[in-house]
Design a protein around this ligand. Structure first.
Ligand code: SF4
Ligand code: SF4
Length: 462
């Protein structure tokens, strides 16, 4: 039987520039979205992969290696179908995730935030808290899951610090009793963090990863993310992260620093990155990324950048991080088979009033709060949440409802946001517009010297 012909994977992207490798050979950067892998390949191989030369110009040994890496696939392979099937399986995997909002209140008043914050609303002790604990306990006890993950989210979750401590103790005890792994992440504005809380969160509450938001250097951050008290928070946040990095008992705690990028800070990348490096945050445990400000249903027209600006500005921020020696991942290093909580029946979002949602941008967001699928006190504790509006996501991808099926970013993007697609607002991330330039950032980070610019024949993201 004749061997099936090999063809380049549809999930390849190529950097625009050619570089001199340390071996002396000219190379180009290649990114395989199906495996979230970046490589430097000699230009003859790149030409064959992008169809500018025949594959038989590549030596057989290299062809075999390219096939093993998935860069070459058998002709006729339905790669998109395989990506969607893998996502469907991952969404039905052995992890149970609870995204928990311990409070509806926030101590900041960022003008681009789409949530409505109310003082005094939180997961109350008693029936409500017991019902949530029982859901987690039964998930741990049922034998269906290997891991329980909790994401503390807000409002500002640290306004509910006592709730986090009390619930974490119960969750951890139940997970331990039933031999299920337990891990937690905290998404916070950071203003209430201090050395003592960080130890408690990490050691008692098993928080292994904290995502905080800094919108720029001190002047920019304190203006765009003001505390309700009128005080700034920049110096306190930075001091808390620096203290954590110096604390041997927190050696395994990781941070992500997100910057919400809009008109107010788009041109402040270098100032911010230099400030972070000066503050001692150039550490592999602190990973930085820029996130374009987007609408949660609210009007952000005055602060948000248009799409072309987002793509350009994002590159500038990643380049600034690199120049300052900050850790960042301009190219995704993991695939995204499960785009978000809303597409997995094994994930749920628990609001401060006990309502259960499927999507993180429904609770506290005016116009969306009635889209809950139940409440913790009414739902059967041993069952997963009822289906929500986006549980048919993999069917939608397969039926090509969005165009993601034909997009070469699908494995690392996942389709970005089912909610926005269904609202008629294509949510394609800036990566779709700047992927090839990000590959050049990758090559530059590897210390390679660019050869004189050559015209690119890369067709760009499909
Ligand atoms: S549907 Fe969109 S907004 Fe909702 S959780 Fe998913 S990614 Fe977030
Ligand atoms: S959301 Fe946009 S970039 Fe992401 S997979 Fe879909 S079409 Fe591609």
């Amino acid at each position: 039987m004749p061997a099936t012909a090999l063809v380049p994977s549809r999930y390849l992207a190529f950097g625009q520039r050619t570089y001199r490798h340390t071996s002396g050979r000219p190379v180009r950067a290649v990114y395989h979205t199906a495996t979230a892998t970046a490589l430097l390949l000699d230009t003859a191989t790149v030409d064959a992969l992008r169809g500018a030369a025949a594959l038989d110009t590549v030596d057989p040994g290299s062809l075999g290696q390219l096939e093993r890496l998935g860069l070459l696939v058998a002709d006729g392979t339905d790669e998109a179908g395989a990506v969607i099937a893998a996502g469907r399986a991952a969404a039905d995997g052995r992890n149970r995730q609870f995204v928990i909002m311990p409070t509806a209140y926030c101590n900041m008043g960022c003008d681009y935030c789409g949530q409505q914050h109310e003082r005094g609303t939180g997961i109350a002790p008693g029936r409500h808290r017991d019902a949530l604990s029982e859901r987690v306990r039964q998930a741990a006890a049922g034998g269906r899951y290997d891991t329980i993950t909790v994401r503390w989210f807000g409002g500002e979750p640290l306004m509910g610090y006592a709730t986090i401590r009390a619930l974490s103790a119960r969750f951890r005890a139940d997970a331990h009793q039933h031999g299920v792994a337990y891990a937690a992440k905290l998404v916070t504005n950071g203003a209430l963090l201090d050395a003592r809380k960080l130890r408690v969160l990490h050691q008692e509450c098993a928080v292994g990863h904290i995502e905080i938001t800094l919108d720029g250097d001190a002047a920019v951050h304190d203006a765009s993310r003001p505390l309700n008290s009128g005080q700034g928070s920049y110096h306190r946040i930075v001091a808390a992260v620096r203290a954590a990095l110096a604390d041997p008992q927190l050696a395994r705690l990781r941070f992500t620093v997100r910057t919400n990028v809009g008109r107010h800070n788009a041109d402040r990348a270098d100032m911010f990155a230099a400030a972070m490096a000066d503050a001692g945050l150039a550490d592999r445990r602190v990973v930085f990324y820029p996130a374009p400000i987007h609408s949660w249903g609210n009007d952000v027209g005055g602060v948000a950048l248009d799409r072309a600006e987002q793509a350009r500005v994002e590159l500038a921020w990643y380049a600034a991080y690199q120049r300052a020696g900050l850790a960042s991942t301009p190219l995704p290093t993991v695939t995204r088979p499960v785009v978000c909580t809303a597409v997995s029946a094994h994930s749920e979002v628990v609001a401060p009033d006990g309502r259960v949602y499927t999507c993180t941008e429904q609770p506290l967001v005016p116009g969306y709060t009635e889209q809950h699928v139940g409440t913790v006190t009414e739902l059967p504790a041993g069952q997963t949440r009822p289906a929500g509006a986006y549980d048919d996501w993999y069917d939608a991808l397969d039926a090509d409802e969005t165009g993601c099926r034909g997009c070469r970013l699908l494995p690392v993007c996942g389709g970005a946001c089912p909610k926005l697609w269904r609202e008629g607002k294509p949510p394609c991330p800036p990566l779709k517009a700047n992927l090839t330039q990000r590959l050049d950032l990758y090559a530059a980070a590897a210390g390679l010297t660019p050869l004189p610019p050559q015209e690119s024949t890369d067709p760009g993201p499909r």
